[in-house]
Design a protein around this ligand. Sequence first.
Ligand code: GLV
Length: 331
Amino acid sequence: MATGARPKVFCSWGFPEAGLAILREHADVQVWDGPDGAPRDVLLDALRNGAAGVLALPPTDRLNVEAMDLAPDLKVISGFGVGFDYVDVPEATRRGIAVCNTPGTLTETTADQAWALMLGAARHVPEGDRYVRSGEWRKYEPALLLGTDIHGATLGVVGMGAIGTAVARRARGFGMRILYAGRSRRPEAEAETGAVHVPLDDLLRQSDFVSLNCALTAETRGLIGTRELELMKPTAILVNTARGGVVKQAELAAALRAGTIASAAIDVFEVEPVAHDDALVACKNAVFAPHLGSATFATRARMSRVACENIVAALEGRRPPFLVNPAVWQE
Ligand code: GLV
């Protein structure tokens, strides 16, 4: 980057203006304004052409060795979201590239979505909607679309981080018993929600609803497969607002088909967008959303602001507010 020149920043999507406006005050900003987010070759070209910062969309954009090899001037990768499984973080750290995210911006909104899906699956909201629209509804029927009670049931939270805790907090209002599994005990979450820490297998055996809220890491990839689904109650409902890769998708589809569990409520898929002929999509006893965990006006604006503030800070030599790899930062 030439001294005095404004740094170049590439945005792989037309992210909310709330953040882009901040970015434009400090950088030459190139925003992909076509449909569907920037194709990979456009992202790679921007990196090759001297981008010092990139505002990327997790989990779609892949900021891997190939991308970093082409990026002589790259100083900061900022994700529009919390998950950073789309970046090779150790590689970025080796190269001194800051990796940033937006924790805290979407916690409550994503917990709301987990609950929307949980309620939708438990009480057949999408089927009921389709039934009313179909014109087939003739009378009030005692046995129509019977569901599962949420109040008083047992919720198992896998990954009691910020979002898991927010999901559990809502469960208190429904009078639920709350279990959680995860590497470490979370005394604050336990005190706030009354959740009890148990091994994952016990959580799966005892829960009526299992909510996945862990990050996708080497340890959690494929965490839920046939063995785990078989531990669950045949009446249980699996809710995934974390990452598709936490679940072995084909094995979930098989379990839903076989009635191993009652239903699933799925916001995230192994590959997004999921193919419309994927075996999971064919399962009638599931409710889907197209990765809408953080999709509210207010939250998406907040995410954009924080993601852009991270970039501006890094380019100005200040420590970004939310740095995933603090090892790159020496004051
Ligand atoms: C969205 O999926 C995020 O990682 O925030």
